[in-house]
Design a protein. Structure first.
Length: 78
């Protein structure tokens, strides 16, 4: 799965560079959007992809063997 996402990130960056080099303002804006989406996806993938439960649940803190890291999701939201 990580390999597929790495390819998608590379394609988004390549499309963003291509669109940024065009003279149209609409293509420039689309290129910036592609860069933004690629960067968000990169942060998400660098955080690690694994199935796990969140560390904090509604009942309080549970001992979870393989918790997910909430930091990449928080960075993407800001």
């Amino acid at each position: 799965m990580e390999i597929l996402l790495a390819i998608v990130i590379g394609l988004l960056y390549a499309a963003g560079v291509y669109l940024l080099l065009r003279r149209s303002i609409v293509k420039l804006i689309l290129g910036i959007m592609f860069f933004s989406h690629a960067t968000n996806l990169l942060i998400f993938v660098v955080g690690g992809l694994h199935k796990g439960r969140p560390q904090f649940t509604s009942g309080g803190i549970e001992a979870v063997a393989n918790p997910t890291d909430p930091l990449p999701q928080a960075l993407i939201l800001t």
